[in-house]
Design a protein around this ligand. Structure first.
Ligand code: SF4
Ligand code: FES
Length: 261
């Protein structure tokens, strides 16, 4: 099996594709294949990982032109064409190196973030957007002596969003993030919605106003790439749709197409 990897050398500012032939093992993941390259073929290859179990979110990258977690993407399934994901096109998946998906696995860094080296991207921009939505619980009521009580339906709705592992795959897959560097992006908006629906907060819609702007709720065009690539099944598109419906009820208007913030 051949791994075709987009390299970036920050010292020289050079980009190039390197091909590595790796022996495929049963159950081998793309992360395992990258380790095989690093251990046996080129120890200068840089990539990020931590848990190796789809928990930490640090190994998201573009694999066969789809943002995925390298640690849970199996090489054999990719070569069989079993893990196909159809995405609304955007430049990172339409422009670039051709490859043979039956023989090769194409590995590139997560789009829309600055590349530091090879497959390692700078997550600062991602976390700037995350911090902008003030992602901490702000209890509005007196803290109860024992636990907060929530009904099952509320908990289930919250869990859809608390499952996010901040991998950035949705941002890497978002055509709006591709064209608008100010856009908060699906992960931050889903996080904001998660606190909006948390019954421990005030429930007064003040959270929603944090992103009531063209680069927030109103920037989305519902391509739904975010939901399709999320390894945890988080639906940022549903959060955005619900937030927009509520803002519309409150009298907020979608901005004009060329409106400045
Ligand atoms: S919403 Fe999904 S894809 Fe986006 S950062 Fe969270 S876990 Fe990753
Ligand atoms: S290494 Fe932690 S999610 Fe892949």
């Amino acid at each position: 099996m051949r791994l075709k990897v987009l390299r970036f050398d920050p010292a020289k500012g050079e980009r190039r594709y390197d091909a590595f032939d790796v022996t495929s093992e049963p159950g081998m993941t793309v992360l395992d294949a990258l380790f095989a390259v690093q251990n046996d073929l080129d120890d200068s290859l840089a990539f990020r990982y931590a848990c190796r179990g789809a928990v930490c979110g640090s190994c998201a990258m573009l694999i066969d032109r789809v943002p995925r977690l390298a640690c849970r993407t199996q090489v054999a399934r990719l070569l069989e064409g079993a893990d196909r994901v159809d995405l609304k096109p955007y430049p990172a998946i339409t422009d670039g190196e051709p490859w043979d998906p039956k023989q090769e696995i194409l590995v590139e860094p997560l789009p829309h973030l600055r590349v530091l080296k090879d497959l390692v991207v700078d997550m600062e921009k991602f976390f700037d957007c995350y911090r902008a939505v003030e992602p901490v619980l702000k209890p509005a009521h007196e803290v109860p002596e024992r636990e907060y009580r929530m009904d099952g339906e509320t908990v289930r709705e919250l869990e859809r969003y608390t499952n996010c592992i901040l991998c950035g795959a949705c941002v890497g897959a978002c055509p709006i993030n591709a064209e608008n560097t100010e856009y908060l992006g699906p992960a931050a908006l889903a996080k904001l919605y998660r606190f909006h629906i948390d019954t421990r907060e005030a429930g007064d819609d003040s959270r929603l106003l944090l992103a009531d702007k063209p680069s927030g709720w109103w920037g989305c065009k519902f391509h739904t790439n975010c939901k399709r690539v999320c390894p945890k099944g988080v639906p940022p598109n549903l959060a955005i749709g619900s937030a927009r419906r509520r803002l519309t009820e409150m009298g907020s208007q979608p901005p004009e197409p060329d409106e400045e913030e």
